[in-house]
Design a protein around this ligand. Structure first.
Ligand code: KG4
Ligand code: ZN
Length: 348
């Protein structure tokens, strides 16, 4: 288990409601307390147990949420220096994600809301990612948003909170899923993204010319499963002795270059089609420095602005859920405590 808990503070211009949010959609247990735009606490426990299986095991994840959540709740309250009675609303991720994991965070937040007589807000995990680049500000500017996580690759036209139009999505694997599956092929462990990025720095991105699927498809959709298969076939051409650390680095660099190329070109094209002036990127894969750098260069070259969240707000965390909840609460919205979790919850 890894704890990541440095606070992020900013000006406090949202009406200073205090929100406690819980995120348990997959294998991260996270609790955050946000007052206005000031993040008082953000606790994340990443479950490293799944590394042994090369992917997330749902029952292991939900059992771990039960272990970590009470401890993180206590720690977040201690760091924020507030009592439960100081909280104005409780929020939790209600989907999409693993049913047995979502249920834990949502049940805790509902229980706390009922026990204290405060509102409950069910928040869409994807909306949490989507809004995260604006964390700390009290206004969501219109933008074209690329969400790239382990479960999703979405291009969204954003006009404001809850004003979303899906432009494109992956037709098979998500970008993060491709990183994880290719890392598994290369025997680099789980999650694969950070390790592939690390190895790619030492590799030659021009070594293998991997496919850029759907680059010129004429729509805004993505496909990454052909790329993963191409890596598998190319890797099979090398005997065990030839699979040197340098060769693996070259595989990582060439694979990462192909993913970044497609993500950046298709995002810039979508932004132009929508006549957008601002591009945002979010989700775990948006931690990737090669993606950030290329996106920054290519957006700048065509006069687009780019907004990204700090890396600790890109991977799963509860601060983004609290932020989305704060914007919805400010708009007078809250949820019924009988609202169910939905593992397949769509953004729109
Ligand atoms: O947003 P996230 O934490 O969880 C989901 O909502 O899925 O994203 C996790 C994904 C994983 O697939 C992980 O491999 C990928 O984000 N990821 C990265 C990097 N850091 C995390 N992919 C590429 N480069 C990274 N530095
Ligand atoms: Zn996520």
């Amino acid at each position: 288990m890894v704890l990541n808990n440095s606070p992020i503070t900013s000006h406090n211009s949202l009406s200073a409601k205090t929100i406690l949010a819980i995120e348990t959609s997959c294998d991260e247990t996270a609790v955050a307390i946000l007052r206005g735009t000031e993040l008082l606490a953000s606790e994340v426990a990443s479950q490293t147990q799944h590394q042994a299986y090369g992917g997330v095991v749902p029952e292991v994840a939900s059992r771990n949420h039960l272990v970590h959540a009470p401890r993180l709740l206590a720690e977040a309250r201690r760091k924020a220096g507030i009592a439960l009675t100081d909280i104005d609303a409780f929020a939790a991720t209600s989907g999409p994600g693993l049913a047995s994991s979502l249920m834990i965070g949502a049940s805790i937040a509902k229980g706390l809301a009922m026990g204290t007589g405060k509102p409950y807000l069910a928040i869409n995990h994807l909306e949490g990612h989507l809004l995260s680049p604006f964390f700390g500000s009290d206004e969501i500017e219109p933008n074209v948003s690329l969400i790239v996580s382990g479960g999703h690759t979405l291009l969204v036209e954003v006009r404001g909170v809850n004003e979303y139009r899906i432009l494109g999505r992956t037709v098979d694997d998500a970008a993060g899923e491709a990183f994880d599956k290719v890392a598994k092929l290369l025997e680099l462990g789980y999650p694969g993204g950070p390790e592939i990025e690390r190895r790619a720095r030492e590799g030659n991105a021009a070594c293998f010319d991997f496919p850029r699927s759907m680059l010129d498809s004429g729509d805004h959709n993505f496909s990454f499963s052909g790329l993963k298969t191409a890596v598998r076939y190319r890797l099979a051409e090398f005997s065990a002795e030839k699979k040197t650390p340098q060769l693996i680095n070259d595989f990582c660099a060439s694979f990462q270059r192909a993913v970044v190329d497609v993500l950046v070109k298709k995002t810039v094209r979508a932004a132009k089609d929508c006549r957008a002036t601002l591009v945002t990127i979010s989700g775990g894969v948006s931690c990737n420095e090669a993606l950030r750098k290329e996106m920054a260069e290519k957006t700048r070259a065509v006069g687009l602005r780019l907004l990204t969240a700090p890396p600790r707000l890109c991977t799963d965390n509860a601060a983004m859920i609290a932020f989305a909840a704060s914007l919805r609460l400010r708009a007078g919205q809250c949820s019924q405590v009988v609202e169910e979790i939905d593992p397949n919850l769509a953004l729109v």
